[in-house]
Ligand binder design. Sequence first.
Ligand code: NDP
Ligand code: 8X3
Length: 253
Amino acid sequence: MNKIVMITGATSGIGLACAKRFAENGDKLILTGRNERRLKELSDEFKSNDTQVITLTFDVRDREKATEAINSLATEWREIDVLINNAGLALGLDPEYDGSFEDWETMIDTNIKGLLTMTRLIVPLMVNRDKGHIINIGSVAGDAAYANGNVYCATKAAVKALTDGLRIDVAKTSIRVTNLKPGLVETNFSTTRFHGDTERAANVYKGIKPLTGEDIADVAVYAANAPEHVQIAEVLILPTHQANGTVIARKES
Ligand code: NDP
Ligand code: 8X3
């Protein structure tokens, strides 16, 4: 059965790869993001491949705009089967005693409060139908802090706690809740983290074959299509030469 899949932060990286994989599966897409022009380009591209798609432009930190966007959905698009809470970012890699207050606020407001806003807006629609699946994009960073990761790691530890909490709260329903925890995935993530320093970003993936957004999307599609009695609760997905958030065996070049 074709699903309606809503993806936050669908304009790049893991979110975009999920959009492509679910579209290949014949599913309908609600793509959300901040970049209206990019969303329009993607919508045209998906429509030209016969995917049914709509877009909603809002920042997940803006609760009022997010609410307006969800309220604007036509009845047939409100039957969301899968919510992928993907929008998120890291900003900076500094000791906890020396980080930027502004970067901290942005990470907390996006990765924790934005994810909570979307959960609060969409899950009631799922509860009413006794049907749905929330896939949160956590991280290996949420398993244990790594050097200078402090606040970003804390936000992803929060994603784990919120995912586990939601799973408890919907246990009486048929709704499934998944935490996907990637390790190094080569996307715009590091360029964003280093405020546009592409050279520093490239070094993050030096000497190791990182994951791609598609590697994560494959697991999301698997989880969403598992038999109804199977709940993929949590998956840690690492490149083969990464053991955890800290141990990365890089090849010398
Ligand atoms: P990208 O930077 O490629 O994509 C991030 C996406 O999130 C973009 O579409 C971005 O939109 C969107 N976004 C960021 N802030 C907001 C916001 N306030 N409102 C709406 N959309 C927003 O990085 P990834 O694809 O790698 O990141 C996706 C998720 O995966 C994040 O939650 C990240 O923490 C997580 N993750 C990434 C890993 C990695 O190594 N890459 C590993 C583990 C987890 P815009 O272009 O407008 O900024
Ligand atoms: C992104 C992966 O290890 O850079 O969450 O934090 S890591």
